[in-house]
Design a protein around this ligand. Structure first.
Ligand code: 5GP
Length: 174
């Protein structure tokens, strides 16, 4: 691991504090209703684990496999589904959990793909938001942190499959 290329942007303590607040906010929106939490693999797996526990209550956990980057540091704009949901979501309150919204293309694609399956509601929670890089007006309901247009790794986010297990978010400088 090339630590010298990493600059801490968000500490693990700051992430934990923010997720506790976000979890309460999200649970308040749904009240006592059950939720289907849909984690977008692979980047959201750590955020999903922490956020789902902070939300509490009745929740199903599902995963969608999506590949939009193909190993580089710029988005290709091509969204590929590598693993679909295992169960129908019709009539359910669904919460898509993303690691980061950048151009907005992935989340826009996923929203359109899932809306036609008839969920009772469909919302999006993202740990990180890079609004300065949007190519499409993507609707995001819950945001952990708004960050500048830098390439970040850690806490689930990778560069060529590395750095996902860093416990904090760091800016990667090539
Ligand atoms: P979008 O479609 O919004 O441009 O990008 C969404 C996906 O691109 C994210 O789920 C993530 O996999 C990847 N991505 C965007 N920005 C970054 C970044 O700064 N770091 C990493 N590791 N992935 C990113």
């Amino acid at each position: 691991m090339q630590e010298e290329r990493l600059t801490t942007l968000i500490s693990s303590e700051a992430i934990a504090d923010r997720i506790a607040v976000l979890g309460d906010e999200i649970r308040e929106v749904y009240g006592g209703e059950p939720i289907t939490i849909i984690g977008v693999l692979k980047g959201s797996f750590i955020f999903l684990a922490d956020l789902s526990r902070a939300i509490g209550g009745d929740a199903k956990i599902e995963f969608l496999g999506v590949s939009s980057y193909h190993g580089g540091t710029r988005s290709t704009g091509v969204v590929r589904i590598t693993q679909d949901l295992r169960h129908p979501i019709e009539g359910q309150h669904c919460l898509i959990v993303e690691d980061i919204v950048d151009t907005g293309l992935t989340i826009d694609y996923l929203r359109r793909m899932l809306e036609v399956r008839g969920p009772k509601s469909l919302r999006v929670a993202t740990l990180l938001d890079k609004p300065s890089n949007r190519e499409i007006a993507a609707e995001v309901d819950f945001v952990g942190f708004t960050i500048p247009d830098e390439f970040v790794v850690g806490y689930g986010l990778d560069l060529g499959e590395l750095y996902r297990n860093l416990p904090y978010i760091a800016v990667y400088s090539p």
